[in-house]
Ligand binder design. Structure first.
Ligand SMILES: Cc1cc2nc3c(=O)[nH]c(=O)nc-3n(C[C@H](O)[C@H](O)[C@H](O)COP(=O)(O)OP(=O)(O)OC[C@H]3O[C@@H](n4cnc5c(N)ncnc54)[C@H](O)[C@@H]3O)c2cc1C
Length: 389
């Protein structure tokens, strides 16, 4: 088998890349380790930046997103139960859209099937060969048969646990990492959201987030310790703790319901540089992870593959590697801006185990400044809706 670009992974990065390449007249094949149902069953991100919505529109999959997604023109913060609203649209003229990652994935998969974009599921990638030559080969196993695909380029969109990043010799890759000493316990329920905006609450009991996937499906999070276990949190305990952290005015609007899903995720920042080794390019979670506080993970996956599609189109147009050479630096500039913002949000809103009264007062002063200063609010709004792609 032969194609121009082999894409590893059918997460948001891989699926969107296949559409962007198709629009630019470049052939690709997606290889995904899991089944389509498994990929669609993963509950993850849900806040789309303005630029991500534009990219989904560009590839023609925006119709359901515009019909069912919820546009948010503001975001709210709470400090010890007091609510503060930041008007994103009034400040920077942009909004974010709440639309679940599973829905984005479904729209991209359905449109890909209609267009006949090749995607092979339950394909177990065994090896990436000759990556530093101009004739790389990807070998995978499916249904007991081993198949080799010859290609011009490999796009590593296979997430943090994929095979792409480990295929790069460690001497050629630099890793920057910060682990945070807590995680998020998340609960998904079919209940209307407590607030019409996302609500980020800082309290002495720890951080909480009131988020949503639609007008009838809510996603709530509690900061928890890293050794916490999900089965120690029956639904009633979760709702009681959430009420305590969000304060009375938001708690009054909380509607309780049975958990559809409950899970714990650790928080960390991770960046591997550069995003290229020979003919292999990294994009999305394969190259970087951000804590979910800034809602940037999925959005960075989208901007990475946009830059990569442009670089590949540049190569096929000019037969020079100028734009390919620039991909890593161009993408990483935006990645680090989001890593910084996500780190800032995480640092300001969470309680750290070694917090002193001094650091807690600094956090309060920072949030107080944000609530009072239109300049600080504009900086937050500009980052929250997403820096230009
Ligand atoms: C539990 C969890 C919760 C999250 N919550 C949020 C959130 O609330 N907000 C937010 O902004 N972000 C969140 N994120 C981050 C966000 O979901 C990711 O940034 C986003 O999924 C990145 O997309 P991706 O396509 O790069 O990677 P992924 O979505 O991870 O997709 C990678 C794909 O590659 C496949 N794959 C792996 N190995 C191989 C292989 N060897 N061969 C072929 N295919 C392979 C995987 O099965 C997967 O389908 C969360 C992530 C996780 C894990």
């Amino acid at each position: 088998m032969r194609t121009q670009v082999v894409i590893l992974g059918a997460g948001p990065a891989g699926l969107l890349l296949s559409h962007l390449l198709h629009k630019r007249g470049i052939a690709s094949v997606i290889l995904e380790r899991r089944s389509p149902d498994y990929v669609l069953g993963r509950i993850r991100a849900g806040v789309l930046e303005h630029g991500t919505v534009e990219l989904l529109d560009e590839v023609g999959v925006g119709a359901r997103l515009h019909a069912e997604g919820v546009v948010h023109s503001a975001v709210e913060f709470g400090l010890d139960g007091h609510r503060h609203r930041i008007e994103l649209e009034a400040l920077v003229g942009r909004t974010v859209t709440v639309y679940g990652q599973t829905e984005v994935t479904r729209d991209l998969m359905d449109a890909g099937s209609r267009l006949g974009l090749p995607a092979i599921y339950e394909a177990n990638v065994l090896a990436l060969e000759h990556v530093d030559s101009d004739q790389p080969v990807v070998r995978y196993a499916k249904d007991g048969t081993v198949v080799a695909i010859h290609c011009d380029f490999i796009a590593g969109c296979d997430g943090y646990h994929g095979v792409s990043r480990p295929a790069i010799p460690s001497a050629k890759l630099t890793v920057y990492e910060r682990s945070y000493p807590f995680g998020w316990l998340g609960l998904l329920a079919d209940v209307p959201p407590a607030s019409d905006a996302l609500y980020y609450a800082s309290s002495d009991r720890g951080f909480a987030l009131c988020s949503m996937r639609s007008r009838s499906r809510s996603r709530y999070y509690l900061q928890c310790s890293l050794d916490e276990r999900v089965d120690a949190w029956p639904d009633a305990r979760f709702w009681d703790e959430l009420e305590r952290r969000v304060g009375e005015t938001v708690a009054a609007h909380l509607v309780r319901g049975p958990a559809l899903e409950k899970s714990i995720a650790p928080l960390r920042s991770f960046v591997a540089e550069p995003l290229r080794f020979g003919r292999l390019f990294l994009a999305g979670d394969a190259a970087h992870i951000v804590p979910p506080t800034g809602a940037k993970g999925l959005n960075l996956a989208a901007s990475d593959v946009y830059y990569l599609s442009e670089a590949l189109a540049g190569y096929y147009r000019s037969r020079t590697e100028r734009e390919l050479d620039a991909y890593s630096e161009r993408a990483l500039r935006r990645v680090w801006a989001s890593v910084r913002f996500s780190w800032w949000m995480t640092s300001q809103l969470h309680r750290f185990p070694d917090d002193s009264e001094f650091s807690r007062r600094i956090q309060r002063a920072e949030l107080d400044y944000l609530f009072r200063s239109p300049h600080a609010q504009r900086v937050l709004a500009e980052n929250y809706v997403g820096l230009p792609i």
